[in-house]
Design a protein. Structure first.
Length: 185
């Protein structure tokens, strides 16, 4: 599947690199954002980032579920997922960690009826990130919003829909990437 942001993000990153000091937090945040936008799996991209920067003994992304308030999917989310109502959608909020470093906080609205029973069980009962759970479906992402945040804790945010290889939407995610991704500086 084409990755519409790939060329644009890499060109933008090149331009930013010419204007800022190499290795600066802003450039590194732009680099990570561009890598995620150009990839089919944010989880795998984060694991590579963690390994490349030696941020944990075992560069593995773990999803710590944040249970409590469920957020119903908006009408726009339901439309993007191609479902009629919230009864067809589950909500999962997680914090993604590499070692002790908080990499992102993510809201995920997914369609359990389009996943296998084993996948649904993993999502309910384990710390396995969504991206790893659905790898057998050969998913890809289509980002519909991306912005740099520049707050004390957050670097940037992506909103995307995940599709199966058969082009069926399975989830919408809102990912807020945290300064923990730059803890190696």
């Amino acid at each position: 599947m084409p990755k519409p942001y790939s060329s644009f993000c890499l060109a933008a990153l090149t331009l930013l690199a010419a204007c800022a000091a190499p290795g600066s937090p802003d450039i590194l945040a732009q680099e990570l954002s561009a890598s995620i936008l150009a990839s089919s799996s944010a989880t795998l991209t984060l694991e590579r980032w963690c390994a490349d920067h030696a941020m944990a003994a075992e560069p593995k992304i773990v999803a710590r579920q944040m249970r409590g308030d469920d957020k119903p999917a908006s009408a726009e989310t339901l439309s993007r997922l191609g479902v009629a109502n919230n009864a067809e959608v589950k909500y999962r909020r997680v914090q993604l960690y590499c070692g002790t470093h908080l990499f992102s906080e993510a809201d995920n609205w997914y369609v359990p009826g389009r996943l296998t029973p084993a996948m649904n069980q993993l999502l309910e009962e384990t710390d396995t990130p969504f991206g790893k759970v659905v790898l057998p479906l050969a998913p890809y992402r289509r980002t519909f919003a991306s912005q740099m945040l520049h707050t004390p804790s957050a670097l940037f945010e992506h909103k995307a829909v995940l599709y199966t290889a058969a082009h069926q939407p399975i989830a919408e995610v809102r990912e807020t990437y945290q300064r923990g991704t730059l803890a190696f500086l």
